[in-house]
Ligand binder design. Structure first.
Ligand code: SF4
Ligand code: SF4
Length: 66
């Protein structure tokens, strides 16, 4: 599992980027992207996001939908 950004809900505020303790979130084309290999599943970003734009998905499912 890793955190996953729901792009349609994201407002690009970058709160998640700034709160991730392991810098697993970077901005790519104005939207945050989670690096699954770095994510430690701490849920800090989910709590920080005021727009409900972060969820958790199994990494394989995430890849299948890309
Ligand atoms: S905190 Fe939420 S709305 Fe803000 S950039 Fe991150 S995912 Fe998007
Ligand atoms: S769950 Fe934690 S480690 Fe993973 S992206 Fe969010 S803040 Fe970073």
């Amino acid at each position: 599992m890793s955190a996953f950004i729901l792009e349609k809900l994201c407002r690009g505020c970058k709160r998640c980027v700034n709160t991730c303790p392991v810098q697993a979130i970077t901005i790519l084309s104005h939207l945050p992207v989670v690096e699954p290999k770095l994510c430690i599943e701490c849920e800090t970003c989910m709590e920080a996001c005021m727009h409900g734009a972060i969820t958790f998905r199994p990494t394989e499912e995430r890849k299948a939908n890309e």
